[in-house]
Design a protein around this ligand. Structure first.
Ligand code: FES
Length: 181
């Protein structure tokens, strides 16, 4: 089922934790994807569980940091509310299980692993620097390669890795470790 709400994802690759109804848990952070500056940082309450039902995506802003907090079937996760492609707010996308769709260029990201499920339809570079051609319908005829400045910029844009913020649940609130200034 797709759930679209204005507003906020998370855990380790291959995680199999399933939150029991009414007992949300943090999703493990995928190895190597913890946000810089959050090691040992203090936790801050950002949103009440009452405002984060299953399937919800919520944006929470602190200073110049826009965070995405998501209640997935595998737990609650916190990331940047910026698509790792061109920074569109994922909180305005759609959630299907642990997979979030970006509303701008149609990329899909698995919040449980941090992996790309579907590459942006603009094409570009993946995290390893490998080029992907722009998407086109399978039945459509190949189009001549574009070489204008915008096309070149799109081709050189790399999808970055998703960064995750440690979180815990205390007294009905989701508390997130924010980077130290
Ligand atoms: S900004 Fe999200 S897919 Fe391009």
């Amino acid at each position: 089922m797709l759930t679209r709400t204005p507003g906020t994802g998370f855990l380790g690759a291959h995680a199999t934790i399933r939150a029991m109804p009414g007992t949300p848990v943090p999703m493990p952070i995928p190895a190597g994807l913890q946000a810089p500056g959050t090691e040992g940082a203090e936790f801050e309450p950002l949103i009440g569980l009452a405002d984060l039902p299953p399937g919800a995506l919520r944006r929470v802003t602190r200073g110049d940091l826009d965070l995405l907090i998501v209640h997935t079937p595998s737990g609650i996760v916190a990331t940047d509310d910026r698509c790792p492609h061109m920074s569109a707010p994922l909180s305005q996308g759609a959630l299907d299980g642990c997979v979030v769709d970006c509303p701008l260029h149609g990329a899909r990201f698995d919040l449980a692993s941090g992996g790309v499920v579907r590459f942006p339809n603009t094409g570009g570079l993946d995290t390893e620097g490998i080029h992907h051609a722009p998407w086109r319908p399978p039945e459509s005829a190949p189009r001549p390669e574009q070489t204008d400045a915008k096309a070149m910029a799109r081709a050189a844009t790399r999808v970055r890795r998703i960064r995750y913020y440690p979180l815990r649940i205390r007294s009905g609130y989701v508390e997130v470790a924010l980077p130290r200034p």
